[in-house]
Design a protein around this ligand. Structure first.
Ligand code: GAR
Length: 208
């Protein structure tokens, strides 16, 4: 049984999708803890109500990025995870932290990476006149919103879309691809070959 720790900063809808799919589909895994960098992260309440262990490492209470990473690593280690899942976790993690968890830390980002890393992805995609948008699940490397791509979803950008409409369309696909990608990880289906992620059985790694 693989142990999953999920890191969140807010609403936690991706975290909820993961917890629910994991339980419904009987993955060989268990979400053992949800950890947030803010005590007001709404997702914490949801996890508590489901009986999942929670912890908070307030970034504001730490004197430096390094100190935050250290405290976060300590909180995570207590749960002995096999996989760390960043689900709307909005803090940049330092290179030492990332190196320690390399190959067993996933992130989801609401753009078709490598386009639009960072913030305000939907606003930027609309401003650029993109005709398609989407989300990317990737292994985390020291570079922000960068790393071997596990799966992507693609949605159309429709005339008249605003940021909220596009974000909602993309988020609905996030809730599909993230659970699938995490399931593949816990079932040992993913290999990184030459910096690229391949699925052992050749499953499609795109949702269109
Ligand atoms: C999601 O859209 C996720 O892709 C994004 O934050 C949102 C969190 O929503 N993550 C990033 O932008 C990371 N760079 P959620 O808390 O409801 O899962």
């Amino acid at each position: 049984m693989k142990r999953i720790v999920i890191l969140i900063s807010g609403r936690g809808s991706n975290m909820q999708a993961l917890v629910e799919r994991c339980a419904e589909q009987g993955w060989p895994a268990r979400v053992v803890a949800v950890i947030a960098n803010r005590s007001d992260a709404a997702g914490l309440r949801w996890a508590e109500a489901r009986g999942i262990a929670t912890a908070v490492v307030e970034h504001k209470a730490q004197p430096s990025r390094e100190a935050f990473d250290f405290e976060l690593a300590r909180a995570i280690d207590a749960f002995e995870p096999d996989l760390l899942v960043l689900a709307g976790f909005m803090r940049i993690l330092g290179p030492d932290f990332v190196r320690r968890h390399e190959g067993r830390m996933l992130n989801i980002h609401p753009s078709l990476l490598p386009a639009f890393p960072g913030l305000h992805t939907h606003r930027r995609a609309l401003a650029a006149g993109c005709k398609a948008a989407g989300a990317t699940v990737h292994f985390v490397t020291a570079e922000l919103d960068h790393g071997p791509i596990v799966m992507q979803s693609v949605v159309p950008v429709r005339p008249g879309d605003d940021e909220a409409a596009l974000a909602a369309r993309v988020l609905a696909t996030e809730h599909q691809i993230y659970p699938l990608a995490v399931r593949w990880f816990v079932e040992d289906k993913l290999r990184i070959e030459g910096g690229l992620v391949v699925h052992a059985d050749g499953a499609s790694q795109v949702l269109i």
